[in-house]
Design a protein around this ligand. Structure first.
Ligand SMILES: Nc1nc2c(c(=O)[nH]1)N(C=O)[C@@H](CNc1ccc(C(=O)N[C@@H](CCC(=O)O)C(=O)O)cc1)CN2
Ligand SMILES: Nc1nc2c(ncn2[C@@H]2O[C@H](COP(=O)(O)OP(=O)(O)OP(=O)(O)O)[C@@H](O)[C@H]2O)c(=O)[nH]1
Ligand SMILES: [Mg+2]
Length: 479
């Protein structure tokens, strides 16, 4: 009976065979060379060579003051000159880094020639290396080899280009996390859960008694739903434009007693800040992270803005002003009973270049048609929660629309990954429907397998040559 699942078992061994196959190919790769530093003037420039012949090729064109037997071992640097392979004319004075496989960037033998920076020396040295037997490397070919030789998985290899292109420190952090394997860890974990389900299917076939089967079915349904939820979470992260590392600095400001701390608590759904009817309750800054549909906000509750002689409160008000300076988004809270005051107008005037939402609070006390203040107004009651959802919608809208400088994604930052996850989720949904419809286990396994393979495209365990080409041609030469 077990071989009703033979299809799946076959697939696992296919993957293993594929890995071994890739391992064998290692020996078949030729030796490549490329300039790995940017074109133009620089202190130094590097020509990188990778492949079995790397050291042999360099030996033909490198002259050391220590004579012919200069090579003393791997992971050392050697001083000398690059010369023409035939007429022996000096081309550049260099330092060689020699790194023998497997402890190298590509897991192949790597030699790096550290030349004088500048277009001409680099071009001439590269030309010489190619005349001595190397082939010009294609874009991303070094990193592609690191992937094919198993040092990096695909998400890690892809993160290398994200690192190079990172525009902010948070996007760099996102990419570095991916390089360290955070995303692949998560994906592999979900894949393992799928394998667990497949094992469950197997058991279902082994023990066909009704009771066990019904129980197994319920359990499988549970894990399938759980897998689906995890996939959905990954998708939500990617769809909102990403999950951001730091969050949008959102400052809740306004005059004393208008309900700023109440709003903080309402948004957090938690009694975080002290609320009293005494104006000037909040003195210090209160910061809390809040996730609104995948968009993280760093919510900052502040002391109410007013002229005061109280020393502590005065410092608080000063801190409020500082917070406002650094805000990405300002929630200016106004009491509906008093409306927008002169103090509020001063804040609006001073911070008019920021994203501002005017919050007309306490609408449970009085209906009010807010006067036009030139800023979007949201009417709500922090006490009853009325209008809170509208505020959340508005915040999301402002965050996504407004060219706001938001940190890049933590989990899924790549459309390719997102597409594969969406496919996997679709496969899981099909699986759940089939499970409910009591379809035979071998059919069920086909859908599970499809989900597993969709995820495999992300880490590269089930990737096609075609896809690899598309990914790595996006790289620069020499990477
Ligand atoms: N000169 C130079 N600088 C560089 C690179 C390079 O290739 N050459 N890199 C290229 O992007 C980055 C560094 N990344 C690297 C990643 C792995 C290995 C490496 O040799 N890994 C081996 C050995 C590790 C060890 O000694 O513990 C391994 O993983 O087995 C080298 C560089 C940035 N700076
Ligand atoms: N009826 C009504 N009362 C509210 C609402 N929001 C806040 N309050 C009340 O207004 C008072 C002040 O609320 P807080 O949240 O402490 O106001 P605050 O703006 O943080 O005040 P400070 O920290 O002193 O600047 C409290 O008594 C709250 O219960 C609301 O939507 N409706
Ligand atoms: Mg307060």
């Amino acid at each position: 009976m077990k071989n009703r699942l033979g299809f799946f078992k076959g697939n696992v061994s296919n993957v293993i065979i594929h890995a071994i196959h890739v391992g064998c190919c290692l020996m078949l790769y030729d030796t490549i060379a490329a300039v790995s530093t940017p074109l133009g003037e620089g202190g130094i420039g590097i020509v990188r060579i990778s492949g079995e012949e790397a050291l042999e090729i360099v030996k033909k064109i490198f002259v050391s003051p220590r004579g012919k037997d200069w090579y003393k071992g791997s992971h050392r640097m050697y001083y000398g000159h690059i010369v023409h392979p035939v007429h022996r004319g000096i081309i550049d004075e260099v330092l060689l880094s020699v790194m023998k496989a497997p402890h190298t960037y590509t897991r192949e033998d790597v030699v790096e020639i550290n030349c004088h920076g500048g277009t001409v020396p680099l071009r001439e040295v590269l030309k010489t290396v190619i005349e001595a037997g190397a082939r010009q490397g294609l874009p991303g070919e070094f990193t592609k080899r690191a992937f094919l030789n198993g040092r990096l998985d695909l998400t890690q290899a892809e993160s290398v280009i994200d690192i190079i292109r990172a525009k902010t420190d948070s996007s760099l952090r996102v990419a570095m996390n991916q390089l360290k394997g955070a995303l692949s860890g998560k994906i592999t974990n979900i894949q393992d859960q799928m394998l667990g389900l497949l094992a469950g299917l197997e058991a279902a076939i082994d023990f066909p008694e009704d009771e066990v089967e019904e129980k197994t079915k319920i359990e499988m349904m549970k894990s399938a739903e759980l897998i689906k939820i995890q996939l959905e979470e990954l998708i939500t992260g990617a769809e909102t434009g990403k999950i951001y590392r730091e969050g949008i600095r959102t400052v809740i400001a306004g005059r004393p007693n208008v309900g700023k701390s109440s709003l903080l608590n309402a948004l957090l759904r938690e009694n975080r800040a002290i609320v009293t009817e005494i104006p000037g309750t909040t003195r210090d800054i209160i910061e809390e992270m809040l996730n609104i549909r995948g968009i993280p906000l760093k919510l900052i509750d502040t002391a109410g803005i007013r002229e005061t002689e109280d020393i502590v409160e005065k410092i608080g008000v000063e801190k409020t002003r500082e917070s406002l300076e650094g805000a990405d988004l300002v929630l200016l809270v106004v009491d509906v009973l008093t409306g927008i005051t002169g103090e509020d107008k001063r804040v609006l005037g001073r911070f008019k270049d920021k994203k501002i939402l005017v919050i007309m609070n306490k609408i449970d006390l009085q209906e009010n048609d807010p006067a036009d203040c030139g800023f979007p107004v949201v009417k709500l009651s922090a006490l009853t929660g009325e209008g809170l959802k509208i505020l959340e919608d508005k915040i999301v809208e402002v965050a996504l629309a407004g060219g706001m400088n938001m940190p890049e994604a933590v989990t899924v930052s790549n459309v390719r990954h997102q597409t594969s996850i969406i496919n996997a989720k679709k496969n899981m949904e099909d699986f759940i429907v089939s499970l409910k419809a009591d379809l035979p286990p071998d059919l069920l396994s086909v859908e599970l397998r499809a989900a597993w393979e969709s995820l495999g495209e992300i880490t590269g365990s089930t990737v096609t040559e075609d896809l690899l080409d598309r990914i790595f041609t996006d790289f620069c030469i020499g990477k």
